[in-house]
Design a protein around this ligand. Structure first.
Ligand code: GLN
Length: 549
C-alpha cells in the first residue's frame, strides 16, 4: 500500500500581531476533526529560546505545559481546548531548538568541509522535523501556525522552508490572516492586506485563502478588491468577525462554507458533513446562559495581563457552560488586598474565589487573606499550584496555630516551613526546564470531593494532571494539618507529594497540579465543575451550604 499522504495547512499572520492566528488555526482544525480527519496542529516560534519556560507571563502570556512536560506557547492551550486532544512536545518548533540542532551537528563535524547556512542546513532540519512528526502522528492533516507576522526577520527562514515543502511535498494550503480596518463605518480599507500579501508573494508563497479580521462585516466590495489584488478567488476570502466567544469561530467559518474550499485545495472529500452538535450546544450556553452569571474572583498577580491566566479563565468558561450558568470574572490584584483593612469590601459580592499559580513574593499575603476570607465565610474556593501551597499556609497559621508558617520560597527562615522545596530541587542550578513538569498520576482518597470529581464510573477515581512547580507541602507537617481537619485527598503514588487538599466545613479544594491546563470546552476540568456547582448551590441555598460528598 502506498504511504498515506499527509496534508499541510500553513497559517501566516500579517499587518499586526494579536489577530488570533491560534484561534483561526484551531477553528480550521476543528472543522476537519468534526469530519473524522485526524489533525495535529504545530506552531513555529522564531525566538531563540528553546522553550517558553523562562519567559515572563507579563510579556508573553501564560506558559502552557504539555503532558510530556514541554513548556510551550499559550497557543497550544487554544489548540487543546478546541480539539479536546493532548499534544506532544515536538509540535512546538522554536528557533532555539532548530539552531541548537544545527550547531550541535556542526560541533560534531557532521558538516565537515562546508560552511553551515540557514539554507539549506537550517531549513533541512525544519523539514525533517515536520516530516518525522507527520510520520509518527499519522495525522491526516498537519496545521502549521507560523508565529509572528509576515515580514519579520525571525520567521523568514521558516516561510522559506514552507515554500520548499510546498514545492516538494505538495498538498499544502497557505492561509494568510489579515486585518481590514474601517476608516469610518462602511469604509473598509484593503490596502494593508494587499501590501502584506505582496510580502508573502515576494517570499515565493501565494496564499490560497485569505481570512480577514475586521470591526464590521467584510463588504462585498472589500472582498472583491482583496480577491483581485491578491490573486485569491473571491470564494476563498473569508470573514473573521468580532465574536462573543472565540469558540464561535468554527461555526462562523462553517457557515461561510470554509471547509468545502479548503478540502478542494488539499484534496479531501469536500462533501463530508461535520458533527458539531456538542460544540454548538456548549457555545450556545456561553452565548446565552440560562442563569444569572456566577461571579468568580481571580486573586492573582498578573491580573492586568489577562493572557497570563488564559487557561484559568477558559477553565471557568468551560465549567460555567457545563453547569449552564453565565460567568463574570473579577480580576483582583492580590497586592491591593494587602492594603485594605477588611477584604470583605472587595470580596463580598463573589460566589467563588480562585487563587491561581504563581512565583515570587509579591501579593502572597493578599492571596492568603483571600483564602482566609473564603474559609471563614464558606465561599467556595479553588486553588491551583501556588493556590494549594497558600491554602496550606493559611490553614497552618489560622487553624493549626503555627504562627508565621510559610513557604520557604517566601521566607527562608520561617519557623514553620509548611511548604518547602521538592527534594530533587535542592541541587538545581539551571532554570530552563528544571521544574517538576508534565502530567503525573495520583492516588485519590475515597469519600472526598476529588473522588467524586474524578469518578471513572467504575467505583474508582483516577487523575493525571500537569505540573509546573519546585515546592511541595512539607511532608513533616502533613500529620499536623490532617489532625486539625485538613483533608489530603490525593497524593503521588510513589513520592507521596501532596497533590490535592480540601476543607471539611465548606467547599475548598486545591491542587498542586495545574488542572486548568487540561480543561477543554467539551471536557471541562472535573474539579472546576465541582467548584462551579458549589458556587451555584451557594446562590440557591445561601452561604451556609456545607459541601456534600
Ligand atoms: N512558586 C511555586 C512553586 O514553584 C508555585 C508554582 C506554580 O504555581 N506554578 O512551587
Amino acid at each position: 500500500m502506498p504511504e498515506k499522504k499527509t496534508r499541510f495547512i500553513v497559517v501566516t499572520g500579517s499587518i499586526m500581531s494579536g489577530l488570533g492566528k491560534g484561534i483561526v488555526t484551531s477553528s480550521i482544525a476543528k472543522l476537519l476533526q468534526a469530519r473524522g480527519y485526524s489533525v495535529v496542529p504545530i506552531k513555529f516560534d522564531g525566538y531563540l529560546n528553546i522553550d517558553c519556560g523562562t519567559m515572563n507571563p507579563f510579556r508573553h502570556g501564560e506558559v502552557f505545559v504539555l503532558d510530556d512536560g514541554t513548556e510551550v506557547d499559550m497557543d497550544f492551550g487554544t489548540y487543546e481546548r478546541f480539539l479536546n486532544q493532548s499534544l506532544p512536545g515536538n509540535c512546538s518548533i522554536t528557533g532555539g531548538k532548530m539552531f541548537q540542532k544545527v550547531i550541535t551537528k556542526e560541533r560534531k563535524g557532521e558538516y565537515i568541509g562546508r560552511d553551515v547556512q540557514i539554507i539549506p542546513h537550517l531549513t533541512n532540519e525544519i523539514k525533517e522535523w515536520i516530516r518525522n512528526l507527520a510520520k509518527e502522528s499519522k495525522a491526516d492533516v498537519i496545521l502549521i501556525e507560523v508565529g509572528g507576522t509576515i515580514g519579520d526577520l525571525e520567521n523568514a527562514y521558516f516561510i522559506e522552508t514552507m515554500r520548499q515543502m510546498r514545492f516538494v511535498d505538495g498538498h499544502m494550503a497557505v492561509i494568510q490572516l489579515t486585518y481590514v480596518p474601517s476608516l469610518s463605518p462602511g469604509e473598509q480599507k484593503t490596502k494593508p492586506t494587499q501590501h502584506a500579501t505582496r510580502m508573502l508573494q515576494s517570499a515565493g508563497m501565494q496564499p490560497d485563502i485569505i481570512i480577514a479580521r475586521e470591526q464590521e462585516k467584510l463588504s462585498e466590495d472589500a472582498k472583491k478588491k482583496i480577491s483581485q489584488y491578491c490573486n485569491v478567488a473571491e470564494e476563498n476570502v473569508f470573514d473573521d468577525p468580532l465574536l462573543h466567544t472565540v469558540y464561535e469561530l468554527p461555526l462562523v467559518l462553517e457557515k461561510q462554507e470554509f471547509y468545502k474550499q479548503i478540502a478542494k485545495i488539499i484534496d479531501l472529500d469536500h462533501t463530508k458533513e461535520p458533527d458539531l452538535k456538542e460544540w454548538e450546544k456548549r457555545v450556545g450556553r456561553i452565548v446565552k446562559p440560562k442563569e444569572r452569571p456566577l461571579k468568580i474572583a481571580i486573586v492573582g498577580k498578573y491580573t492586568a495581563v489577562k493572557d497570563a491566566y488564559i487557561s484559568v479563565r477558559e477553565a471557568l468558561v468551560h465549567s460555567a457552560a457545563e453547569v449552564n450558568a453565565g460567568l463574570e470574572i473579577g480580576w483582583i490584584e492580590a497586592s491591593d488586598l494587602e492594603k485594605v483593612a477588611n477584604v470583605a469590601e472587595v470580596l463580598a459580592g463573589f460566589d467563588g474565589i480562585l487563587v491561581p499559580g504563581g512565583f515570587g513574593e509579591r501579593g502572597i499575603e493578599g492571596k492568603i487573606k483571600a483564602i482566609e476570607y473564603a474559609r471563614e465565610n464558606k465561599v467556595p474556593y479553588i486553588g491551583l499550584c501556588l493556590g494549594l501551597q497558600l491554602m496550606v499556609v493559611e490553614y497552618a497559621r489560622h487553624v493549626c496555630g503555627l504562627e508565621g508558617a510559610n513557604s520557604t520560597e517566601f521566607d527562608k527562615k520561617t519557623l514553620h516551613p509548611v511548604v518547602d522545596l521538592l527534594p530533587e530541587q535542592h541541587n538545581v542550578v539551571k532554570l530552563g526546564g528544571t521544574m517538576r513538569l508534565g502530567a503525573q498520576e495520583c492516588n485519590i482518597a475515597k469519600g472526598t470531593v476529588s473522588a467524586k470529581a474524578y469518578d471513572d464510573g467504575k467505583g474508582s477515581a483516577k487523575a493525571s494532571e500537569r505540573h509546573r512547580h519546585r515546592y511541595e507541602v512539607n511532608p513533616a507537617y502533613v500529620s499536623a494539618l490532617v489532625d486539625r481537619g485538613l483533608v489530603v485527598s490525593a497524593t503521588h503514588p510513589v513520592s507521596n507529594v501532596v497533590e490535592i487538599v480540601e476543607w471539611k466545613e465548606s467547599f475548598g479544594v486545591a491542587t498542586q497540579a495545574h488542572i486548568e491546563l487540561k480543561s477543554r470546552l467539551e471536557a471541562p476540568a472535573p474539579l472546576f465543575i465541582e467548584f462551579m456547582k458549589a458556587a451555584k448551590k451557594r446562590i440557591e441555598k445561601g452561604p451556609e451550604t456545607v459541601v456534600e460528598k
